[in-house]
Design a protein around this ligand. Structure first.
Ligand SMILES: Cc1cc2nc3c(=O)[nH]c(=O)nc-3n(C[C@H](O)[C@H](O)[C@H](O)COP(=O)(O)OP(=O)(O)OC[C@H]3O[C@@H](n4cnc5c(N)ncnc54)[C@H](O)[C@@H]3O)c2cc1C
Length: 539
């Protein structure tokens, strides 16, 4: 049986950060196991190819029918392959609001307040604007201003300013509130996934094993300690041992799945699938939170906006040539080029809605092809109250889990989204956006709550930020403690978006990477404690 010091399960945003940090000094044998492939393709690297990323890099999960969405199922894309979801995401670099982390700390996640996590965001980051009180300059994760933004994206920011909604150049600085162009996780016009940031630098080191196309089926648990993993590769099963520990970073859907397959989860549910219960943990797979999102859409006469037409296709072809030559131009687009944060409900402690402006018409996550030029404006609820679950569909590790986000179950969420969509329309009604001659694709009487709610429920879906299914906390019920150790077993840490006790007010890639950075430090701190106690042990 092959043996390592540490095994990291999942080469996504957090897993790459953990593996990279643990391996880089060469003193530990680290194995990174990833279900998908290497993802080292032009489709992943070229930002503008995002809609064309091969299906093998995306789990393309579906939710169960959602009562709050009129019985529709939702789409849940998730990255598969090195980089995980950072290899297929929109590259928007956002950390959330200061309030989120202070609230985590206040609710029992000791050591996770904003001042505690800020150094880790900075350590991870290399911002092309340089370092300052809020930003890092020497980290592996490259963050850039967009090389190119559509004129309509600039106009969107001007339209918000025309309504006295302040312009913000740095959503990750002093204040999150306002509207502006997003910074992106790119380096010189190429996508900068977590794999490029953290795994490429350790690739080829003698102490590192990177196993792609390898599925972890379950953890090996012996006498209250996680000692390894059972894997499947090309139909063959094998066991790998971890002398010092295992870090589970399979993401908000698959981390609870791996725990449940290993006998850690709600006992009755595990028994129903014939799985022997190791730890009865009702919180595993509970507390699923996600940003529910409504995309308003307008068609335009102007073909300045992206769109499917002869003119649009010719522009794209020219843009591809430009990108191959100089890594500039339209193919550097992250699509969600502009956006902002604003408070729409009274009593919100921080902005409660985020907008993403896309200079193209989007229907059904881009899966429905629309032959028109135009733009789309996402509005999402930043701190939803509705809670969902992830459960097993079967005891087969390759089966998709059962995902129930329970979207718009709580009335406060639809109230927030309604107010957000109204503001979307006010912004588009302002002169800078009217200059494009937009026609609303989904007209509704905005003053009629019932009509607007019905439209929202018929079209809303995720903006791809599921979290919370292996909740961190100090309470008995929490899945991991504030050092990310699984409660009740030795030798296992969980590090990814699943540990967030409450969803952050913004996109979740940078926060997941921050969690990975912190986990590596917790693991190394545990090593030091072990070494000290060994040196004090009686002979
Ligand atoms: C379409 C899309 C757009 C997004 N846009 C943005 C954005 O613009 N900005 C932003 O900040 N965030 C964005 N996000 C969200 C963000 O990318 C994710 O929240 C973040 O990447 C999650 O990181 P993670 O480490 O929790 O999981 P992931 O990055 O999803 O990684 C989990 C990894 O574990 C692997 N894995 C799972 N199960 C197993 C197993 N049993 N064995 C082995 N490996 C396994 C998976 O294949 C995957 O590689 C987007 C997400 C999507 C899907």
């Amino acid at each position: 049986m092959e043996s390592f010091d540490y095994i990291v399960i999942g080469g996504g945003s957090a897993g790459c950060a953990v593996a990279g940090r643990l391996a880089v000094d060469g003193t530990r044998r680290v194995c990174l196991i990833e279900a998908g492939g290497h993802n080292n393709t032009i489709w992943v690297k070229t930002p503008g190819f995002m809609p064309f990323i091969p299906q093998a890099s995306n789990y393309r999960y579906e939710t169960v029918p959602q009562k709050g969405l009129g019985g529709r199922t939702g789409y849940q894309p998730r990255g598969r392959g090195l980089g995980g979801s950072s290899a297929i995401n929109a590259m928007v670099y956002i950390r959330g609001n200061r309030w989120d982390y202070d609230n985590w700390a206040a609710e029992g996640c000791t050591g996770w307040g904003y001042e505690d996590v800020l150094p880790y965001f900075k350590r991870a980051e290399s911002n092309e604007r340089g370092g300052d009180d809020f930003h890092g300059h020497g980290g592996p994760l490259f963050v850039e201003d967009q090389k190119h933004a559509n004129p309509a994206s600039h106009a969107f920011v001007e339209a918000a300013a025309a309504l006295q909604l302040r312009t913000n150049r740095d959503f990750n600085g002093e204040r999150q509130e306002g509207f502006g162009l997003y910074q992106v996780t790119q380096r010189q016009g190429e996508r900068w996934s977590a794999a490029r940031a953290y795994v490429d630098p350790i690739r080829g080191q003698g102490n590192v094993a990177i196993r792609t196309d390898t599925l972890v089926e379950r953890l090996v648990i012996e006498a209250g300690r996680v000692t390894g993993v059972e894997i499947r590769r090309k139909g063959k099963r094998e066991t790998l041992m971890a002398r010092r520990g295992v870090i589970l970073s399979a993401g908000a859907f698959n981390s609870p799945q791996v725990l449940m397959l290993s006998g850690i989860g709600p006992a009755e549910h595990l028994k129903a699938h014939g799985i022997e219960v190791v730890l009865d943990r009702p919180a595993v797979g509970s507390n699923l939170q996600d940003h529910i999102d409504y995309v308003s859409g307008w068609e335009t006469e102007s073909n300045v906006l992206m769109g499917q037409s002869l003119a649009g296709t010719l522009k794209m072809l020219a843009a591809m040539v430009e990108h191959r030559r100089s890594r500039t131009g339209v193919m550097t687009t992250c699509y969600a080029e502009a956006g902002g944060f604003w408070t729409v409900l009274p009593d919100s402690p921080a902005p409660d809605v985020q907008w993403h402006f896309v200079p193209a018409v989007l229907e059904d996550h881009g899966r429905e092809k629309v032959k028109a030029h135009g733009f789309s404006l996402h509005a999402c609820v930043l701190r939803p109250e509705s809670l969902g679950t992830v459960r097993l569909a079967s005891a087969d590790a390759a089966a998709a889990p059962v995902i129930d986000p329970n979207f718009l179950d709580d009335e406060r969420d639809i109230a927030c989204l309604r107010a957000g969509v109204r503001l979307s329309h006010r912004i588009v009604d302002a002169p800078p956006m009217q200059a494009f001659g937009p026609t609303d694709r989904h007209p509704v009487d905005l003053d009629d709550d019932a009509a607007l709610d019905a439209l929202i429920r018929s079209r809303a879906d995720t903006v791809y930020h599921p979290v919370g299914t292996c909740r961190m906390g100090s309470d008995e019920q929490a899945v991991v403690d504030p050092t990310l150790r699984l409660k009740g077993l030795d030798g296992l840490w969980v590090a990814d978006a699943s540990v967030m006790p409450k969803i952050v007010s913004g996109n979740t890639n940078a926060p997941s990477i921050m969690i990975g950075e912190r986990c590596a430090d917790f693991v190394m701190a545990a090593e030091r404690v072990e070494a000290r106690s060994a040196s004090f042990a009686p002979a």
